[in-house]
Design a protein around this ligand. Structure first.
Ligand code: RAM
Length: 340
């Protein structure tokens, strides 16, 4: 005679089986346990950061088990970024990778994030030392300053008035680069180049354009504009073209080949520079994932692998630079315009 299993036992067996399936699924599909890494940019709608996001997604695909939350305020302000950071703390992301609109203003909320176990890394535009675990610069600041002054001299020769069209007045990266530009201009070799003004376009196309027009009015002898911002450099070049100043005012700076190819063609720009923004996004996520995994903590001397980009060692300020800036002109801009 067959013994019937009591109903209770049957239920328990079925439950156990279901649980085993659920655990099996959890083990088999790591997507369930994906670490969330938030990439907080200065502002949305900037082609430079779109390229950074592309690289971040590439890294996430390669590392696996990572979900990128790409976010940023509508305008490049610290207040907008602080709101986002606070929301990310509540969401319990594993890491925040941020390009800062202000080195100091973000530090308190990022410290709070770190206090909750969130790994914080600044990239592109830094947060002051106590507000992040490490900073990844795209390139050596001194090298960027030097390159931009060299390109200016190549465009206009040894003398003339020059102006800077920057992003926001608090941007960590642009302010450091402007300082480096000033240092290079102080050298005897550049004594004929005179920096007459620094204008702020806030990484908005229309404001950068209007600020450039203002410079033309205030400085009728202006010969060059250096814009160490991808938005500013494209807007300044457009103003030069529209105001029929091609040939009398030259624009250089840090630009995206895809946004600058037309300006190189029409002569407003002879050459400009930039590093690979896709690689910068990729490298930042590589570094963040190792912080999450506890492979390093952000101490001076720590070695950080940047995946296919190579590796860097953190300096005394827990900072490192990714690569050298690359120069673009009529000979190569079209080719790179297809990439970023
Ligand atoms: C703008 C941003 C960014 C900077 C580039 C060069 O897109 O200000 O921070 O690195 O330009």
């Amino acid at each position: 005679m067959m013994m019937k299993k009591p109903l209770k036992t049957l239920r328990a067996t079925a439950l156990a089986a279901l649980q085993a399936v659920a655990w099996g699924a959890a083990l088999a599909s790591p997507a369930l346990a994906a670490d969330k890494i938030a990439v907080v940019v200065k502002s949305l709608g900037n082609g430079f950061f779109d390229a950074v996001n592309q690289g971040a997604q590439e890294a996430a695909k390669e590392i696996k088990n990572i979900e990128i939350i790409y976010t940023g305020p509508a305008k490049s302000t610290a207040e907008g970024q602080i709101e986002i950071i606070n929301a990310l703390i509540s969401q319990k992301v594993a890491a925040i990778v941020i390009s800062a609109n202000d080195p100091d203003a973000l530090a308190p909320s990022l410290k709070r994030a770190m206090g909750r176990g969130i790994k914080v890394l600044s990239f592109d535009s830094g947060v002051r030392k106590d507000g992040r675990m490490m900073h990844l610069s795209p390139s050596s600041n001194a090298l960027i300053g030097e390159k931009l002054v060299q390109l200016t001299q190549q465009a206009i020769g040894d003398s003339g008035e020059i102006a800077v069209v920057s992003s926001t007045a608090q941007a960590t990266n642009q302010n450091i680069w402007i300082e480096e530009i000033r240092k290079v201009l102080a050298r005897p070799a550049y004594k004929g180049l005179k920096l007459v003004s620094v204008a702020y376009g806030d990484d908005q196309i229309d404001k950068s354009y209007r600020e450039t027009q203002g410079l033309f009015k205030s400085y009728p002898n202006l010969k060059a504009i250096i814009a160490p911002t991808t938005i500013g450099v494209a807007a300044a070049a457009k103003a030069v073209q529209d105001e029929k100043k091609v040939g009398s005012v030259y624009v250089t700076g840090l630009g995206l080949p895809s946004e600058m190819a037309g300006h190189v063609k029409n002569g407003a720009v002879k050459s400009f520079a930039i590093w690979n923004p896709i690689d910068l996004g990729y490298s930042s996520i590589q570094a963040a994932s190792q912080l999450i995994a506890g492979k390093f903590t952000g101490k001076p001397g720590d070695k950080v692998s940047l995946g296919r980009v190579g590796s860097v060692v953190l300096d005394a300020n827990s900072e490192a630079a990714m690569a050298e800036p690359f120069t673009y002109d009529a000979s190569n801009v079209e080719k790179f315009a297809k990439i970023f």
